[in-house]
Design a protein around this ligand. Sequence first.
Ligand code: FAD
Ligand code: DLZ
Ligand code: SF4
Length: 522
Amino acid sequence: MAEQTCLRFVLGDQLSRDLSSLADAVPGRDVIFMAEVMAEATSVRHHKKKIAFLFSAMRHFAEELRAEGFEVDYLALDADGNPGSFGAALAEAVSRTGASRVVMTEPSELRVLDAARSWREELAADLEIRADSRFLASHEDFVSWAVDDRGAQPKSLRMEYFYREMRRRTGYLMVDGEPEGGQWNFDSQNRKPLAGDVKIPERPRYPPDAVTKEVLELVGDRFATHFGDLDPFDHPVTRADAKDYLDWFIAKALPGFGDWQDAMKEGEPLLFHSHLSALINCGLLDPRECCDAAVKAHAAGRAPLNAVEGFVRQIIGWREFIRGVYWLKMPDYAHANALEATRPLPGFFWTGETRMNCLHQAISETKAHAYAHHIQRLMVLGNFCLLAGIDPAEVQEWFLVVYHDAYEWVEMPNVVGMALYADGGFLASKPYAASGAYIDRMSDYCAGCRFDVKKKAGEEACPFNYLYWDFLMRNERQLRQNHRMGVIMGSLGKMTPDRIEEIKADSARFLDSAEMAGWSGT
Ligand code: FAD
Ligand code: DLZ
Ligand code: SF4
């Protein structure tokens, strides 16, 4: 009897040849199914570049599987009769191919996992959902680290301890069971502002091929009203180009990654950052191979320890920790709002049109590239939303829309836990709140700003300066309980009534200004 066809359903962020759902796929017997669907592309109004990147990467991945001899049933967005959702498209693929079994790797987001579980009821085939082995820590690994023997949920979790565990497990930068260089973390060396004479490496570009050009036309046509610029598009979209780009990063930018990790500069969105997140998150690169390459460069004397430790920590530490927190805390995490912030997101987040140059730069770069680096996301955009008391749900949606690396599992804990302290300190030991002095120290933004970063009060003063204190006053009850806020809350306690009134008046004037009005566009 002929072997039964098995349908292998591969999602847009599962473009890895060693995906668990493809592990035992047999060319000639199994069919691989991939689908561009409107419901997914509009689940939020994703940045045009993100949709183009993903559709092009999906189409190239399908081609590579075909070249291996697989039959790939690929549903393009503009295919006649595209039913528009994963569930309906899969049901049609099952009846088209006559498959008796569907195998997929666990979706990275709860929304899609819940949907997949519900398909079981309706599909005319068995559906097997396999674990995603591309993460270094499985769900079970994370839970056994985070939850105590009696199964009690932790009140808070700290990345640093998880990271040490991951270093021990992976053996990265470990010597005889001890961290290389005698320290787990070299962050204190990684906060240099950028001096004028530092040469920033020029990135390789990957011009669109025929497949990408077709996608760009499709996206320009179907998603014209979505946020962001489509052109120029020069991102890697194949496994080979992603690998080439990783090699370039390790050779040219990694050596400076540590020193200037927190620096910001006008017109330089990338500096020494890797720009690898979108490639890792969609599966074109494996997190292990990125760390292996960095560790190898260090062993060969081509990258310093502070850079390599910092880079490895972002991947085996932060990235894995963030994912663990997402699955541990969902679904309630989506609605966390510990500081009861309710202000609508200002309209300028969609246009970049604000007098605050730091925000103007970060939003304009986001619009152009679907990218901003971590400190822009955390200490400019996130910090502003925190200080201004913007509703976490609106901030989450914005971050999910605008970045090419954004998927709910990674966006949500970064926004809710790290940037907004909306989980009440579950993930961060204190709010990442800062006045204009921090932005001035780490960037060249303030020199070109209409506001004066040195002024603390009045119309010309940098809004971050008074909003910082206003934030502390508004949330005094909660923040006084945090021992890491003791010194700053002490300073607040010593403020004169006149100064308190001045801060409140400046903040009220700014927060009620036309500049802060919520988005009223389409
Ligand atoms: P690099 O600075 O070069 O870091 C190397 C790699 O480490 C990244 O490619 C990424 O894979 C990983 N990494 C670093 N920091 C984090 C982190 N905090 N969480 C998870 N992985 C991390 N990252 C996303 O991938 N998707 C998101 O939607 C996302 N949203 C964010 C929202 C906010 C408010 C903040 C503060 C951070 C967010 N991050 C997100 C984390 C981080 O900012 C990006 O991963 C990073 O900026 C991507 O650029 P890069 O590849 O040049 O990173
Ligand atoms: C982000 C995204 C978009 C915009 N479109 C698609 C799509 O049409 N087809 C697809 O398979 N995946 C897409 N994705 C990625 C998915 O959102 C991602 O795979 C799931 O959210 C994972 O849970
Ligand atoms: Fe931003 Fe204030 Fe500096 Fe202007 S002065 S760029 S608002 S930190």
